[in-house]
Design a protein around this ligand. Structure first.
Ligand SMILES: C[S@@+](CC[C@H](N)C(=O)[O-])C[C@H]1O[C@@H](n2cnc3c(N)ncnc32)[C@H](O)[C@@H]1O
Length: 443
């Protein structure tokens, strides 16, 4: 009997329902966030970008994206809570509690497969409103018997002070405090209602070493990308410049000569005509891989993306509608599809990479249908039931999030390797536990 099966059975009778705190995305679709505050911050950001371009010349798309999203004073992520009814987009953990619950089971399953280490760090990159971590922790609470005396701790890597406050309210209520100095690597500490310590960091490097399960949901798509176009003269970088006809407008132009980025970031055998490369994503993958290789653990990365076939995917979202990426910078989310083939390449041979597989497939392998049935059986309220079914459809329908979103994992080498032959007179070590989510559960 697989560990996943045991965990699912242990969890199956749990009917805790957490959706009441969630909002309906149908409601939010009609919302648009064009507040005077957003308008003002757009002007400030535009002025900042145009003076930068006037001083140094056109800037890379990566620098544009980095400034717009994470400038420490006026960045979109730094200033806004963009998820929710008045926000700009919706993500799977905000849509249905089932999503986070199944990822929680995945985390426990990988902890068991690693031999149940005595210390277990849950690390989330870009936790948004804290909903995913909250659902994962509820599962940990319900599987307390399986987790035994393990010392659990929660580590959140979040660049946005605004969102870190939202996360703190979700996960700790009033039990958290910002650190007194800006320079401290841990900028906030708190504890959950059950006493688990929670810490906030700006950078993955600052998270303590040790056995960890890493989650990154819609994190990599927010990291800055470079854009390149194949021309008769070779690869040219697409950069952001001021429109000469309208000094308050930005436009894309092709750099007239090769840049450092176009000479170093495009693969020699690249066959596409337009490519986007996210070196910051590569750096995070290398750090995750090194940590997993050294301390054990696994990373589960979920995002929309492709396996090396995508081309022009850079786009903006505001008020749940597409938004031109160069208009009113700082008032809309900017995002690009994740290139999983690039992540796999940058991981190198430090870890084993699995996936990408579609969200629909992953959730089905994790037992999403059974979980939905359990929640439906135990909830009589018609609107709650309708919300559950709508959430399930949104997450798994191939026309909605089911196919576009993918799951990808980094595992310690040896995690899936067959045990060596038994020594004479001894029995062979048991086969490794199957990897949950990436293949069909065999009961
Ligand atoms: C698209 S949101 C996804 C939020 C959440 N994971 C979800 O699915 O609802 C991206 C998250 O990553 C954070 N973020 C973006 N860039 C970051 C960076 N360079 N370092 C740390 N966090 C970052 C944002 O503040 C936000 O919490």
């Amino acid at each position: 009997m697989s560990a996943l099966y045991v965990l699912r059975r242990a969890f199956a009778h749990q009917t805790a329902f957490a959706c009441s705190a969630r909002w309906s995305w149908t409601q939010s679709r009609s919302c648009s966030s064009t507040s005077p505050e957003k308008h003002r911050s757009s002007n400030v950001m535009l002025r900042h970008l145009t003076s930068k371009i006037k001083a140094t010349g056109p800037i890379s798309v990566a620098e544009y994206m980095r400034e717009v999203l994470t400038n420490p004073v006026m960045g979109y992520y730094v200033k806004n809570d963009m998820l929710g009814a008045d926000g700009d987009f919706i993500t799977s953990p905000e849509i249905s509690q089932i999503f986070g619950e199944l990822l929680g089971i995945w985390c426990v399953s990988e902890w068991m497969a690693a031999g149940k280490p005595k210390e277990f760090q849950l690390v989330e990159l870009g936790p948004g409103r804290g909903s995913l971590a909250s659902d994962v922790l509820r599962v940990f609470g319900q599987l307390r018997a399986a987790l035994g005396e393990t010392a659990l701790s929660v580590h959140l890597v979040e660049v946005s002070p605004r969102l870190s406050e939202v996360q703190a309210r979700t996960l700790t209520g009033e039990r958290s405090q910002a650190s007194s100095s800006e320079d401290e690597p841990v900028y906030r500490r708190g504890s959950t209602s059950t006493g688990l310590p929670v810490s906030w960091y700006r950078r993955l490097e600052d998270v303590p070493k040790g056995f960890s399960i890493y989650l990154a949901h819609e994190f990599f798509d927010a990291l800055p990308i470079y854009k390149f176009q194949k021309t008769k003269q070779g690869w040219r970088e697409m950069v952001v410049d001021i429109d000469p006809e309208e000094p308050d407008r930005l436009r894309f132009v092709l750099a007239p000569a090769p840049t450092l980025a176009s000479s170093t970031l495009v693969q020699a055998d690249e066959s596409r005509k337009h490519v986007e490369v996210c070196p910051d994503g590569g750096v995070v993958i290398q750090r995750l891989s090194a940590r997993i290789a050294e301390d054990g653990g696994a990373a589960l990365i979920a995002d929309y993306g492709h396996d090396g076939t995508g081309t022009d995917t850079f786009r903006g979202f505001r008020g749940h509608k597409p938004h031109d990426v160069l208009t009113a910078p700082g008032t809309a989310d900017l995002t690009a599809d994740v290139d999983f083939s690039y992540l796999r390449r940058t991981a190198g041979d430090q870890v084993a990479c699995v996936g990408p597989i579609t969200q629909r497939q992953f959730l089905q392998n994790m037992g999403v249908d059974v979980r939905l049935q359990v929640l439906l059986r135990n909830n009589t309220d018609a609107s709650t039931r309708a919300q559950l079914v709508r959430g399930f459809d949104m997450l798994t329908n191939p026309e909605k999030m089911g196919e576009r979103f993918k799951f990808f994992a980094l595992l310690a080498h040896g995690r899936l390797a067959p045990p060596p032959p038994a020594e004479k007179g001894k029995s062979r070590a048991p086969a490794p536990l199957p990897l949950a989510g990436f293949s069909e559960l065999k009961l």
